[in-house]
Design a protein around this ligand. Structure first.
Ligand SMILES: [Zn+2]
Length: 138
């Protein structure tokens, strides 16, 4: 939560961009995903944070060959268009390579946290480390 406070203090809007192939595979329903997202929003409010601005969900399984599943940049691109976001001043942070790649594919800065594999993307030990980095490198 501390990291999210820093992001919001710096003026960033927060979004969730998520692959939920468990829906497409029939392991759980989209309604289950919404329940978790509502819980996240409550957690943010209880911690005196603004809620996430929006959620982008790919509910498809890899076999569906959809346009939205990360590493596609489609979900991020849609948010950029919908909210008039400047991609150059935005970051896609994730703990999987496909997260950073999806950001890159949408023209957004891709950032990795908590991964051990070496990649070309900037890497931080955790979200808080990245938040501190942004704060000291505005
Ligand atoms: Zn999809």
């Amino acid at each position: 939560m501390k990291a999210l406070h820093i992001f919001q203090d710096l003026g960033f809007e927060l979004f969730i961009v998520t692959n939920q192939s468990g829906v497409g595979r029939g392991y759980f329903s989209l309604e289950n995903v919404y329940v978790i997202h509502r819980q996240l929003q409550n957690d943010l409010r209880e911690n005196k944070l603004h809620p996430f601005k929006d959620f982008a969900i790919c509910p498809h399984s890899p076999d569906d060959i959809c346009q939205c599943r990360k590493p596609s940049g489609q979900m991020i691109q849609d948010l950029i268009t919908k909210y008039h976001i400047n991609p150059k001043k935005s970051y896609m942070v994730g703990d999987k390579l496909i997260d950073a790649e999806s950001g890159k594919n949408a023209g957004v800065n891709g950032i990795l946290v908590r991964v051990s594999q070496k990649t070309d993307f900037p890497f931080f030990k955790n979200l808080l480390d990245f938040a501190h980095h942004l704060k000291s490198n505005p």
